[in-house]
Design a protein around this ligand. Structure first.
Ligand code: PA5
Length: 445
Protein backbone atom coordinates (compact mmCIF):
# COMPACT_ATOMS: atom_id res chain seq x y z
CA UNK A 1 0.00 0.00 0.00
CA UNK A 2 2.87 2.38 0.80
CA UNK A 3 6.31 2.09 -0.70
CA UNK A 4 9.46 4.08 -0.11
CA UNK A 5 11.30 4.42 -3.43
CA UNK A 6 14.99 5.29 -3.15
CA UNK A 7 16.11 5.34 -6.81
CA UNK A 8 16.87 9.10 -6.67
CA UNK A 9 18.63 8.85 -3.31
CA UNK A 10 20.68 5.67 -3.52
CA UNK A 11 23.78 7.37 -4.95
CA UNK A 12 23.97 9.38 -1.71
CA UNK A 13 23.81 6.31 0.51
CA UNK A 14 26.75 4.13 1.48
CA UNK A 15 25.02 0.89 2.40
CA UNK A 16 27.72 -0.08 4.94
CA UNK A 17 27.36 3.27 6.69
CA UNK A 18 23.56 3.00 6.61
CA UNK A 19 23.57 -0.30 8.54
CA UNK A 20 23.91 1.15 12.06
CA UNK A 21 21.05 3.55 11.29
CA UNK A 22 18.87 0.65 10.18
CA UNK A 23 19.67 -1.30 13.36
CA UNK A 24 18.98 1.75 15.49
CA UNK A 25 15.63 2.30 13.78
CA UNK A 26 14.61 -1.32 14.28
CA UNK A 27 15.57 -1.21 17.93
CA UNK A 28 13.66 2.09 18.27
CA UNK A 29 10.64 0.29 16.79
CA UNK A 30 10.97 -2.41 19.45
CA UNK A 31 11.26 0.24 22.16
CA UNK A 32 8.07 1.78 20.86
CA UNK A 33 6.19 -1.51 21.01
CA UNK A 34 7.48 -2.42 24.45
CA UNK A 35 6.44 1.01 25.83
CA UNK A 36 9.87 1.44 27.39
CA UNK A 37 10.91 4.66 25.62
CA UNK A 38 10.62 8.30 26.61
CA UNK A 39 7.07 9.63 26.74
CA UNK A 40 5.57 6.12 26.70
CA UNK A 41 2.52 7.49 28.53
CA UNK A 42 1.53 9.04 25.17
CA UNK A 43 1.29 5.90 23.06
CA UNK A 44 -2.50 5.83 22.84
CA UNK A 45 -2.27 6.56 19.08
CA UNK A 46 -0.27 3.37 18.38
CA UNK A 47 -3.20 0.90 18.55
CA UNK A 48 -5.95 3.50 18.20
CA UNK A 49 -6.96 2.47 14.64
CA UNK A 50 -7.88 -0.97 15.96
CA UNK A 51 -9.29 0.20 19.27
CA UNK A 52 -11.68 2.86 18.06
CA UNK A 53 -15.21 1.69 18.81
CA UNK A 54 -18.23 1.74 16.53
CA UNK A 55 -20.38 3.49 19.09
CA UNK A 56 -17.79 6.30 19.32
CA UNK A 57 -17.82 6.74 15.56
CA UNK A 58 -21.63 6.75 15.57
CA UNK A 59 -21.71 9.45 18.24
CA UNK A 60 -19.29 11.60 16.26
CA UNK A 61 -21.37 11.21 13.11
CA UNK A 62 -24.57 12.08 14.99
CA UNK A 63 -23.12 15.25 16.50
CA UNK A 64 -21.72 16.25 13.12
CA UNK A 65 -25.12 15.66 11.52
CA UNK A 66 -26.76 17.96 14.06
CA UNK A 67 -24.33 20.75 13.21
CA UNK A 68 -24.76 20.12 9.48
CA UNK A 69 -28.53 20.40 9.65
CA UNK A 70 -28.35 23.64 11.63
CA UNK A 71 -25.68 25.37 9.61
CA UNK A 72 -24.62 27.03 6.41
CA UNK A 73 -21.18 27.43 7.96
CA UNK A 74 -19.37 25.33 10.55
CA UNK A 75 -16.39 26.99 12.20
CA UNK A 76 -13.65 24.67 13.43
CA UNK A 77 -11.70 26.40 16.17
CA UNK A 78 -8.30 24.91 17.02
CA UNK A 79 -4.56 25.27 16.55
CA UNK A 80 -1.67 22.87 15.85
CA UNK A 81 -2.71 19.27 16.32
CA UNK A 82 -6.22 20.46 17.06
CA UNK A 83 -6.88 21.45 13.45
CA UNK A 84 -4.13 20.38 11.06
CA UNK A 85 -5.15 16.72 10.73
CA UNK A 86 -8.74 17.43 9.78
CA UNK A 87 -7.71 20.29 7.52
CA UNK A 88 -5.20 18.07 5.73
CA UNK A 89 -7.80 15.41 4.94
CA UNK A 90 -10.47 17.91 4.09
CA UNK A 91 -8.36 19.96 1.66
CA UNK A 92 -7.03 16.79 0.03
CA UNK A 93 -10.41 15.23 -0.66
CA UNK A 94 -13.12 17.89 -0.98
CA UNK A 95 -13.63 19.50 -4.39
CA UNK A 96 -11.47 22.60 -4.95
CA UNK A 97 -14.50 24.63 -5.97
CA UNK A 98 -17.69 24.04 -4.06
CA UNK A 99 -20.80 26.06 -3.45
CA UNK A 100 -21.94 25.60 0.11
CA UNK A 101 -25.57 25.09 1.00
CA UNK A 102 -27.58 24.15 4.06
CA UNK A 103 -27.07 20.46 4.69
CA UNK A 104 -23.66 20.68 3.06
CA UNK A 105 -22.10 23.50 4.97
CA UNK A 106 -18.99 25.49 4.37
CA UNK A 107 -16.15 24.64 6.75
CA UNK A 108 -14.07 27.53 8.05
CA UNK A 109 -11.02 27.20 10.28
CA UNK A 110 -10.25 29.76 12.96
CA UNK A 111 -8.32 29.98 16.21
CA UNK A 112 -5.02 29.07 14.55
CA UNK A 113 -3.72 32.66 14.61
CA UNK A 114 -4.62 36.01 16.12
CA UNK A 115 -5.08 38.22 13.10
CA UNK A 116 -7.67 40.83 13.89
CA UNK A 117 -8.73 41.53 10.28
CA UNK A 118 -9.44 37.83 9.70
CA UNK A 119 -11.55 37.70 12.83
CA UNK A 120 -13.54 40.84 12.16
CA UNK A 121 -14.22 39.72 8.58
CA UNK A 122 -15.18 36.28 9.89
CA UNK A 123 -17.68 37.73 12.33
CA UNK A 124 -19.10 39.98 9.65
CA UNK A 125 -19.43 36.93 7.35
CA UNK A 126 -21.15 34.86 10.04
CA UNK A 127 -23.60 37.60 11.04
CA UNK A 128 -26.01 36.80 8.20
CA UNK A 129 -25.40 33.06 8.00
CA UNK A 130 -26.58 30.20 10.13
CA UNK A 131 -23.48 28.83 11.78
CA UNK A 132 -22.23 26.47 14.43
CA UNK A 133 -18.89 25.76 16.05
CA UNK A 134 -16.66 22.84 16.93
CA UNK A 135 -14.12 24.19 19.41
CA UNK A 136 -11.14 21.91 19.94
CA UNK A 137 -8.42 22.23 22.56
CA UNK A 138 -6.84 19.30 24.37
CA UNK A 139 -5.46 21.47 27.15
CA UNK A 140 -8.53 23.69 27.06
CA UNK A 141 -6.29 26.64 27.84
CA UNK A 142 -4.60 27.57 24.55
CA UNK A 143 -4.96 31.31 24.00
CA UNK A 144 -5.62 31.50 20.25
CA UNK A 145 -8.65 29.16 20.12
CA UNK A 146 -9.92 30.41 23.48
CA UNK A 147 -9.96 34.04 22.29
CA UNK A 148 -11.78 33.14 19.07
CA UNK A 149 -14.28 30.95 20.90
CA UNK A 150 -15.08 33.81 23.28
CA UNK A 151 -15.86 36.04 20.29
CA UNK A 152 -17.97 33.45 18.46
CA UNK A 153 -19.83 32.37 21.59
CA UNK A 154 -20.88 36.00 22.07
CA UNK A 155 -22.03 36.14 18.45
CA UNK A 156 -23.91 32.85 18.78
CA UNK A 157 -25.63 34.22 21.87
CA UNK A 158 -26.62 37.42 20.13
CA UNK A 159 -28.06 35.47 17.18
CA UNK A 160 -29.61 32.45 18.81
CA UNK A 161 -30.04 33.27 22.54
CA UNK A 162 -30.52 30.07 24.48
CA UNK A 163 -30.26 28.13 21.20
CA UNK A 164 -26.52 28.91 21.13
CA UNK A 165 -25.53 25.82 23.12
CA UNK A 166 -26.94 23.32 20.64
CA UNK A 167 -24.74 24.90 17.97
CA UNK A 168 -21.50 24.15 19.78
CA UNK A 169 -19.57 20.94 20.27
CA UNK A 170 -16.46 21.10 22.44
CA UNK A 171 -13.63 18.60 22.03
CA UNK A 172 -11.31 18.69 25.01
CA UNK A 173 -9.84 16.91 28.03
CA UNK A 174 -12.12 14.64 30.06
CA UNK A 175 -11.74 16.64 33.25
CA UNK A 176 -9.31 19.58 33.19
CA UNK A 177 -9.02 22.95 31.47
CA UNK A 178 -11.11 26.08 31.06
CA UNK A 179 -12.91 24.71 28.00
CA UNK A 180 -14.18 21.70 29.94
CA UNK A 181 -15.35 23.95 32.79
CA UNK A 182 -17.09 26.25 30.30
CA UNK A 183 -18.70 23.37 28.39
CA UNK A 184 -20.06 21.82 31.59
CA UNK A 185 -21.39 25.13 32.86
CA UNK A 186 -23.13 25.94 29.56
CA UNK A 187 -24.38 22.41 28.88
CA UNK A 188 -22.41 21.93 25.64
CA UNK A 189 -22.00 18.53 24.07
CA UNK A 190 -18.42 17.42 24.62
CA UNK A 191 -16.05 14.88 23.12
CA UNK A 192 -12.96 13.71 24.92
CA UNK A 193 -9.39 13.50 23.72
CA UNK A 194 -7.74 10.53 25.41
CA UNK A 195 -4.97 11.50 27.89
CA UNK A 196 -2.64 9.10 26.12
CA UNK A 197 -2.86 10.79 22.72
CA UNK A 198 -0.90 14.02 22.10
CA UNK A 199 -2.28 16.80 19.89
CA UNK A 200 -0.26 16.02 16.78
CA UNK A 201 -1.13 12.32 16.97
CA UNK A 202 -4.84 12.96 17.49
CA UNK A 203 -6.35 12.96 14.00
CA UNK A 204 -8.10 9.64 14.63
CA UNK A 205 -9.82 10.93 17.78
CA UNK A 206 -12.84 13.29 17.77
CA UNK A 207 -10.27 16.09 17.25
CA UNK A 208 -9.92 15.10 13.61
CA UNK A 209 -12.98 12.97 13.00
CA UNK A 210 -15.72 15.36 14.09
CA UNK A 211 -14.73 18.23 11.75
CA UNK A 212 -14.38 15.74 8.91
CA UNK A 213 -17.79 14.22 9.57
CA UNK A 214 -19.19 17.77 9.79
CA UNK A 215 -17.81 18.40 6.31
CA UNK A 216 -19.65 15.30 5.07
CA UNK A 217 -16.54 13.11 4.80
CA UNK A 218 -17.22 9.37 5.30
CA UNK A 219 -14.79 9.01 8.20
CA UNK A 220 -14.93 5.21 8.30
CA UNK A 221 -12.92 5.15 5.07
CA UNK A 222 -10.14 7.18 6.68
CA UNK A 223 -10.16 4.91 9.74
CA UNK A 224 -9.96 1.91 7.41
CA UNK A 225 -6.82 3.39 5.85
CA UNK A 226 -5.18 3.64 9.27
CA UNK A 227 -6.21 0.07 10.10
CA UNK A 228 -5.10 -1.26 6.77
CA UNK A 229 -1.47 -0.27 7.15
CA UNK A 230 -1.07 -0.85 10.88
CA UNK A 231 -0.63 -4.62 10.73
CA UNK A 232 1.99 -4.58 8.00
CA UNK A 233 4.04 -1.86 9.71
CA UNK A 234 3.81 -3.53 13.11
CA UNK A 235 4.69 -6.99 11.87
CA UNK A 236 7.67 -6.29 9.61
CA UNK A 237 10.94 -6.41 11.55
CA UNK A 238 13.11 -6.07 8.45
CA UNK A 239 14.25 -2.43 8.57
CA UNK A 240 14.50 -2.18 4.79
CA UNK A 241 11.25 -3.82 3.73
CA UNK A 242 9.37 -1.97 6.47
CA UNK A 243 8.99 1.50 4.87
CA UNK A 244 8.66 3.20 8.26
CA UNK A 245 11.96 1.93 9.69
CA UNK A 246 13.65 2.46 6.33
CA UNK A 247 12.43 6.06 6.17
CA UNK A 248 13.42 6.74 9.80
CA UNK A 249 16.89 5.25 9.20
CA UNK A 250 17.47 7.21 5.98
CA UNK A 251 16.38 10.47 7.59
CA UNK A 252 18.86 10.06 10.42
CA UNK A 253 21.56 8.92 8.00
CA UNK A 254 21.06 12.06 5.88
CA UNK A 255 21.08 14.19 9.03
CA UNK A 256 24.43 12.70 10.05
CA UNK A 257 25.85 13.68 6.66
CA UNK A 258 24.83 17.33 7.05
CA UNK A 259 21.41 17.21 5.41
CA UNK A 260 19.66 19.08 8.17
CA UNK A 261 16.53 20.11 6.24
CA UNK A 262 13.92 17.74 4.87
CA UNK A 263 11.53 19.10 2.27
CA UNK A 264 8.24 17.28 2.00
CA UNK A 265 7.26 18.04 -1.57
CA UNK A 266 4.13 17.37 -3.59
CA UNK A 267 2.99 17.85 -7.15
CA UNK A 268 -0.65 17.95 -6.02
CA UNK A 269 -1.56 21.21 -4.30
CA UNK A 270 -4.46 19.46 -2.59
CA UNK A 271 -1.78 17.88 -0.40
CA UNK A 272 -0.54 21.25 0.87
CA UNK A 273 -2.13 20.81 4.29
CA UNK A 274 -0.91 17.25 4.60
CA UNK A 275 2.55 18.81 4.56
CA UNK A 276 1.48 21.36 7.16
CA UNK A 277 0.30 18.50 9.37
CA UNK A 278 3.57 16.61 8.73
CA UNK A 279 5.66 19.68 9.63
CA UNK A 280 3.99 19.88 13.04
CA UNK A 281 4.33 16.14 13.56
CA UNK A 282 8.06 16.01 12.86
CA UNK A 283 8.97 19.52 14.00
CA UNK A 284 7.44 19.20 17.46
CA UNK A 285 8.47 15.59 17.86
CA UNK A 286 12.15 15.90 16.93
CA UNK A 287 13.17 19.54 17.28
CA UNK A 288 14.54 19.58 20.83
CA UNK A 289 17.78 19.31 22.79
CA UNK A 290 19.47 21.10 19.85
CA UNK A 291 18.72 18.12 17.65
CA UNK A 292 16.41 17.25 14.78
CA UNK A 293 15.86 17.72 11.08
CA UNK A 294 14.12 20.98 10.13
CA UNK A 295 10.89 19.93 8.37
CA UNK A 296 10.04 22.20 5.45
CA UNK A 297 7.50 21.78 2.69
CA UNK A 298 7.05 22.83 -0.90
CA UNK A 299 4.23 22.64 -3.43
CA UNK A 300 5.51 21.85 -6.91
CA UNK A 301 5.59 22.92 -9.61
CA UNK A 302 4.60 26.27 -7.98
CA UNK A 303 7.63 26.52 -5.70
CA UNK A 304 10.02 25.39 -8.43
CA UNK A 305 9.64 28.95 -9.70
CA UNK A 306 10.75 30.44 -6.40
CA UNK A 307 12.48 28.16 -3.89
CA UNK A 308 13.41 25.75 -6.68
CA UNK A 309 16.52 27.81 -7.34
CA UNK A 310 17.75 27.25 -3.78
CA UNK A 311 16.93 23.56 -3.89
CA UNK A 312 18.91 23.15 -7.09
CA UNK A 313 21.95 25.27 -6.27
CA UNK A 314 21.86 26.63 -2.74
CA UNK A 315 23.60 25.27 0.35
CA UNK A 316 23.69 21.48 0.18
CA UNK A 317 21.85 20.85 3.44
CA UNK A 318 18.65 19.47 1.91
CA UNK A 319 17.01 16.17 1.21
CA UNK A 320 13.56 15.71 -0.21
CA UNK A 321 10.65 13.34 0.32
CA UNK A 322 8.10 13.55 -2.45
CA UNK A 323 4.49 12.60 -1.81
CA UNK A 324 3.76 10.50 -4.88
CA UNK A 325 0.22 9.18 -5.40
CA UNK A 326 0.28 6.64 -8.25
CA UNK A 327 -3.17 7.37 -9.57
CA UNK A 328 -4.17 10.95 -10.21
CA UNK A 329 -6.97 12.57 -12.15
CA UNK A 330 -6.24 12.36 -15.86
CA UNK A 331 -9.45 13.51 -17.46
CA UNK A 332 -8.06 16.52 -19.33
CA UNK A 333 -6.27 15.81 -22.61
CA UNK A 334 -4.57 18.54 -24.62
CA UNK A 335 -5.68 18.80 -28.22
CA UNK A 336 -3.74 20.24 -31.18
CA UNK A 337 -4.58 23.58 -32.78
CA UNK A 338 -4.14 24.25 -36.51
CA UNK A 339 -1.89 27.31 -36.05
CA UNK A 340 0.06 26.09 -32.99
CA UNK A 341 0.42 29.75 -32.00
CA UNK A 342 1.25 28.84 -28.40
CA UNK A 343 3.81 26.23 -29.57
CA UNK A 344 2.22 23.60 -27.42
CA UNK A 345 1.21 21.10 -30.10
CA UNK A 346 4.05 18.84 -28.96
CA UNK A 347 1.86 18.13 -25.91
CA UNK A 348 -1.17 17.08 -27.98
CA UNK A 349 -2.70 13.82 -26.92
CA UNK A 350 -1.14 14.04 -23.46
CA UNK A 351 -3.19 14.38 -20.32
CA UNK A 352 -2.35 17.13 -17.82
CA UNK A 353 -1.68 14.28 -15.38
CA UNK A 354 1.01 12.92 -17.70
CA UNK A 355 2.59 16.37 -18.10
CA UNK A 356 2.66 16.78 -14.31
CA UNK A 357 4.23 13.33 -13.92
CA UNK A 358 7.01 14.24 -16.36
CA UNK A 359 7.53 17.43 -14.34
CA UNK A 360 7.83 15.27 -11.22
CA UNK A 361 10.34 12.88 -12.75
CA UNK A 362 12.32 15.71 -14.34
CA UNK A 363 12.47 17.52 -11.01
CA UNK A 364 13.62 14.44 -9.11
CA UNK A 365 16.40 13.85 -11.62
CA UNK A 366 17.47 17.49 -11.54
CA UNK A 367 17.46 17.72 -7.75
CA UNK A 368 19.38 14.46 -7.34
CA UNK A 369 21.91 15.71 -9.94
CA UNK A 370 22.16 18.92 -7.93
CA UNK A 371 23.12 17.05 -4.75
CA UNK A 372 19.72 16.62 -3.11
CA UNK A 373 18.80 13.03 -2.21
CA UNK A 374 15.15 12.47 -3.14
CA UNK A 375 12.91 9.85 -1.60
CA UNK A 376 9.51 9.08 -3.07
CA UNK A 377 6.66 8.02 -0.84
CA UNK A 378 4.47 6.06 -3.20
CA UNK A 379 0.83 5.42 -2.30
CA UNK A 380 -2.12 4.44 -4.47
CA UNK A 381 -4.10 7.68 -4.74
CA UNK A 382 -5.48 10.68 -2.85
CA UNK A 383 -8.40 8.77 -1.36
CA UNK A 384 -9.45 8.69 2.28
CA UNK A 385 -8.08 5.16 2.63
CA UNK A 386 -4.69 6.16 1.24
CA UNK A 387 -4.54 9.34 3.31
CA UNK A 388 -5.25 7.31 6.46
CA UNK A 389 -2.41 4.96 5.58
CA UNK A 390 -0.02 7.82 4.83
CA UNK A 391 -0.87 9.57 8.11
CA UNK A 392 -0.33 6.45 10.18
CA UNK A 393 2.89 5.75 8.27
CA UNK A 394 4.20 9.20 9.23
CA UNK A 395 3.08 8.94 12.87
CA UNK A 396 4.77 5.57 13.21
CA UNK A 397 7.97 6.65 11.38
CA UNK A 398 8.13 9.84 13.41
CA UNK A 399 8.08 7.96 16.70
CA UNK A 400 10.81 5.58 15.42
CA UNK A 401 12.88 8.43 14.01
CA UNK A 402 12.58 10.44 17.24
CA UNK A 403 13.62 7.48 19.38
CA UNK A 404 16.54 6.82 16.99
CA UNK A 405 17.60 10.41 17.54
CA UNK A 406 17.40 9.97 21.30
CA UNK A 407 14.62 12.48 22.00
CA UNK A 408 11.13 12.19 23.47
CA UNK A 409 8.92 12.40 20.35
CA UNK A 410 5.79 13.01 22.41
CA UNK A 411 6.44 16.23 24.30
CA UNK A 412 6.79 19.83 23.11
CA UNK A 413 8.42 21.84 25.93
CA UNK A 414 9.63 24.52 23.49
CA UNK A 415 6.10 25.61 22.59
CA UNK A 416 5.75 27.21 26.04
CA UNK A 417 8.48 29.86 25.62
CA UNK A 418 6.53 32.29 23.42
CA UNK A 419 3.36 31.77 25.47
CA UNK A 420 5.13 32.78 28.70
CA UNK A 421 6.42 35.96 27.10
CA UNK A 422 3.04 36.79 25.57
CA UNK A 423 1.28 36.35 28.92
CA UNK A 424 3.91 38.47 30.63
CA UNK A 425 3.55 41.25 28.05
CA UNK A 426 -0.23 41.11 28.40
CA UNK A 427 -0.02 41.36 32.21
CA UNK A 428 -1.66 38.03 32.94
CA UNK A 429 -1.81 37.61 36.67
CA UNK A 430 1.23 35.77 37.99
CA UNK A 431 3.44 37.11 35.16
CA UNK A 432 3.80 40.76 36.34
CA UNK A 433 7.51 40.69 37.28
CA UNK A 434 8.47 38.89 34.09
CA UNK A 435 6.39 41.42 32.15
CA UNK A 436 8.36 44.36 33.57
CA UNK A 437 11.66 42.64 32.71
CA UNK A 438 10.57 41.90 29.15
CA UNK A 439 9.28 45.44 28.53
CA UNK A 440 12.64 46.81 29.68
CA UNK A 441 14.39 44.47 27.23
CA UNK A 442 12.16 45.56 24.39
CA UNK A 443 11.92 49.29 25.00
CA UNK A 444 15.16 49.88 26.94
CA UNK A 445 15.43 52.05 30.09
O1 PA5 B 1 0.98 18.65 19.46
C1 PA5 B 1 0.57 19.34 20.37
O2 PA5 B 1 0.23 18.84 21.45
C2 PA5 B 1 0.38 20.85 20.24
O3 PA5 B 1 0.92 21.37 19.10
C3 PA5 B 1 -1.09 21.17 20.28
O4 PA5 B 1 -1.74 20.46 19.28
C4 PA5 B 1 -1.40 22.66 20.12
O5 PA5 B 1 -0.55 23.44 20.91
C5 PA5 B 1 -2.84 22.93 20.51
O6 PA5 B 1 -3.04 22.60 21.84
P1 PA5 B 1 -4.47 22.42 22.47
O7 PA5 B 1 -5.18 21.35 21.74
O8 PA5 B 1 -4.20 22.05 23.89
O9 PA5 B 1 -5.19 23.74 22.36
Amino acid sequence: MIRLETRFASSFVDSKKLEPFLSKAESARKTLHSSTGKGSEYLGWLMLPNEIQNFEIDRIVQAAERLRVLSEVIVIIGIGGSYLGSRAVLEATLPFFRSPSKGDPEIIFAGHHLESRYLSELMEYLKDRDFSVNVISKSGTTTEPAVVFRLLWELLHKKYGTGAAERVVATTDSSKGALKTFADAEGLETFTIPDTVGGRYSVLTPVGLLPLAAAGIPIRKLIFGFQNILTSLHSDSNPISNPATHYAALRNYFLSSGKIVEILANFNPSLHYLSEWWKQLFGESEGKENKGIFPASMDFTTDLHSLGQYVQEGKRILFETVLSPSLVNSNITLTPTSDNLDSLNFLSGNTIGHVNEQARLGTLLAHADGGVPCLELIFPDISLESLGAVMYFFEYSCAISGYSLGVNPFDQPGVEAYKKNMFALLNKSGFETEGAILRKRIHGG
